[in-house]
Design a protein around this ligand. Sequence first.
Ligand code: PEP
Ligand code: MN
Length: 334
Amino acid sequence: MIAVVKQNVEEEQLQNLIDWLQTQNVAVHISRGENHTVLGLVGDTSHIDMELLENLDIVERVTRISEPFKNANRKFHPRDTVVDVSGVKIGGGNFAIIAGPCSVESREQIVEVARRVKASGASLLRGGAFKPRTSPYDFQGLKAEGLELLKIAKEETGMPIVTEIMSASHLPLFEDVDLIQVGARNMQNFELLKELGKIKKPILLKRGLASTMKEWLMSAEYIMAGGNEQIILCERGIRTFETYTRNTLDLSAVPMLKELSHLPVIVDPSHAGGLSRLVKPMSMAAVAAGTDGLMIEVHNDPSRALCDGAQSLTPEQFDDVAKAVSRVQEALNA
Ligand code: PEP
Ligand code: MN
């Protein structure tokens, strides 16, 4: 339920209302806009008398929200959330590209890729250290050593780093990670999400392989319910009957989620299509659809990559994609 408070209400009256609402066993989320204050009532609001609330002098209007996500809901929080990743802003008109290899493989590899993608306009460096692989016999990532190599690349280039967490027990190792990724396979690992709700770092929440947008927003809600509101949603393709592409990029998720939520939404065209030649057209389309950023896999030698080589771009190809993306942005702003 949301209650819009009238303009120019005295602070004491507002506080009395909030105190009363809290005695009704609902949490009150306060959003102060330029003209209005909006109170989001989170929890079981079924016992709250809507008419009574609406008839209070200081209340302008009350609306019941049917969606089960509250903190992530744009109705509670009309303004776009801007997530600040160690100085790089995403959302609310701020666009950023995350680029780097699927997995960190060696110091030379990660530092070279970092330098090249930075020169082409990427502002965040990605690289998996703990890899969720379908087969237990495939390369599982360099784990703690991979995180150390990412830190070296960060020191050498100044780029904040993004990497995936697979278990809450690894959190102490992620102290120097700037943006923690929750991969598609862990989108509904609720115990992990709850732990990430307790920390202060931004979270990149990828869409589950077969998850609806509502389920995805409910996963964001798990993190937000714990107090961590710095979340970036990442569309990375969903599983359909199509077999020519690895997944099916659901670009409608970008405008749809922006309508439903205030959280930034970015697109990963690499895992969506699974083929390097699809990355450029899908990146351009994602920008045209209003994405707040892109996450693109880049490898210095894709044919020898230990993971996801077929979808990885060379640094030259990445440079071409970054330029094409800028041209789409210029066209949109013209
Ligand atoms: C990744 O980003 O390397 C990854 C494993 O992605 P996803 O969780 O979307 O499959
Ligand atoms: Mn990958």
